[in-house]
Write a protein that binds this ligand. Structure first.
Ligand code: GDG
Length: 449
């Protein structure tokens, strides 16, 4: 987003990620001054707001509900109140730097009420909104006590963006069922306003990943990171060794236990691959304050332990498990060293890891096993598409990936690379901004009639 807000001479408004009480007034002033130099407008939050708004309503209610984990969704009137008040704070901070004729782009599920809060005070400002997670089916969304308020909030936007058409379709049916507004093609008619909705599959900075992967290969051995040297040694010990990669935030939507169980099933069914195939699993700590995340961590730790206990030996560890985040350089080394990417979310708005893996495969080898529940699956017909709830099928797909002829891998990867390179992050952002201006023009034509 950096390039976009600089290109349009914009301001970046948001929470700087630290609690207000943890800093003195002098430190906060220094933070504000530094951010101000970059045209960033900080909105400071207290511990209580972070707890109830961010960890509370955002991550204990909207996140599980929108990812179809209805049993995890906590419907709590206290967190809802704070969600509203923090959204108002964000809207007020935005309004304070807005002038008539400006455009605003609001991002994601933490700010669903902000579009309407801005629009009601600044009707001559064009508001765009992009949702980075799925929008669920109405049958799931309707369980939320504040369903109408959230939709009203989103409908303050002139343009609503989703990763894929399915999410847009669910949103339309929700709007129709809750408010009965007329919808034709991708336009929602709300009294004297026309609101546009569209799918914008988010891309990545393709060249950044591709160039970094090329640079990694070209480095002399002694300049490579320790991780990379170890990876190369691993392959040297036996040429038929293979690595399968798994990278996510440790989140229950990512299907990490499903993946581990499928890998165990694969080792059980195909013993000839034991000692040859290792699953490299990077799980980045995330939302550790929320209980469901703590339970997931325990489940994953136990599964890794049991697979390594059952199939490991003194010189073979089936799962290399990293519970931490790694620097970008190591991420690239993993992407470019692993033969297979195993990406099995049970729900995922898009999933950028799949695209980053594709961009990093400079020699065009490599296979992606991809859940049909990820938005990215719509753009990746050349991957091996699986249902993450079908352990047997996933185990078979691991076998298929590891035995896929190189020519076929290259053919599939070429198609994927062309597509992901063409619709990269810059194209995505420009397409959104272009549509936002179009939404503004449609609205003014409509009012002029
Ligand atoms: C949400 C939606 C949607 C991961 N580990 C490390 C690291 N990463 C980076 C990856 C990738 C990003 O984090 C993860 O992005 P995803 O898209 O896979 O998933 P979410 O975080 O859940 O993102 C998702 C996305 O928003 C965008 O709209 O695709 O569906 O859930 O970029 O590279 N980066 C570094 N070290 C790590 O250890 N440096």
């Amino acid at each position: 987003m950096k390039s976009i807000y600089k290109e349009y001479n914009g301001s970046w408004i948001g929470w700087p990620g630290v609690a207000r009480e943890d800093h003195t007034t002098k430190e906060l002033d220094q933070i504000d001054a530094l951010l101000g130099k970059e045209n960033c407008v900080p909105v400071h939050l207290s511990h209580e707001e972070i707890n109830l708004y961010y960890e509370g309503f955002s991550n204990r209610t909207i996140w599980p509900l929108f990812h179809y984990f209805t049993q995890y969704a906590d419907f709590n009137a206290d967190t809802w109140e704070v969600y509203k008040s923090v959204n108002q704070k964000m809207a007020d901070a935005t309004i304070s730097v807005l002038e008539d004729g400006d455009s605003v782009w609001v991002h994601d599920y933490q700010l669903l009420l902000v579009p309407e809060m801005i629009k009601s005070k600044k009707p001559n400002v064009t508001v765009g909104f992009f949702l980075h997670i799925p929008f669920p089916s109405y049958e799931v969304f309707r369980t939320l006590p504040w369903r109408k308020e959230l939709i009203k909030g989103m409908l303050g936007a002139d343009l609503l963006g989703f990763h894929v058409y399915d999410y847009e379709r669910h949103f339309f049916s929700t709007v129709r069922r809750l408010f009965g507004y007329e919808i034709s093609f991708n336009q929602i008619h709300v009294e004297d306003r026309i609101i546009l909705a569209d799918a914008f599959p988010m891309g990545i900075d393709y060249d950044k990943f591709h160039d970094a992967a090329l640079a990694t290969h070209q480095k002399p051995l002694q300049e490579k990171s320790r991780l990379h040297q170890e990876l190369e040694k691993y392959f040297l010990t036996s040429p038929d060794r293979r690595l399968i990669l798994s990278i996510d935030r440790l989140d229950y939507t990512k299907g990490i236990p499903n993946r581990l169980k499928a890998f165990a099933r694969f080792l059980e069914k195909y013993p000839e691959f034991r000692y040859k195939v290792t699953l490299v699993m990077l799980a980045v700590p995330s939302r550790g304050q929320v209980d469901h995340y703590q339970q997931l961590k325990k489940e994953v730790d136990e599964l890794v332990g049991s697979i390594n206990g059952l199939y490991g030996s003194i010189n073979y560890t089936p799962v290399w498990y990293f519970y931490r985040s790694l620097p970008f350089e190591n991420l690239i080394e993993l992407y470019s060293s692993c033969d297979v990417a195993l990406i099995t979310p049970v729900r995922d708005g898009m999933n950028l890891v799949a695209k980053e893996y594709v961009a990093s495969r400079t020699n065009k080898s490599g296979v992606i096993i991809l859940s049909e529940m990820a938005g990215v699956a719509k753009e990746m017909g050349e991957a091996i598409i699986i249902n993450p709830n079908d352990e047997n099928d996933m185990a078979e797909s691991i076998y298929q990936a590891l035995t896929m002829p190189l020519d076929e891998q290259r053919e599939r990867m070429s198609f994927l690379q062309d597509r992901i390179k063409r619709y990269d992050i810059f194209k995505w952002a420009h397409e959104f901004v272009k549509s936002l201006f179009k939404a503004r023009d449609i609205q003014s034509d409509f009012l002029a009639k």
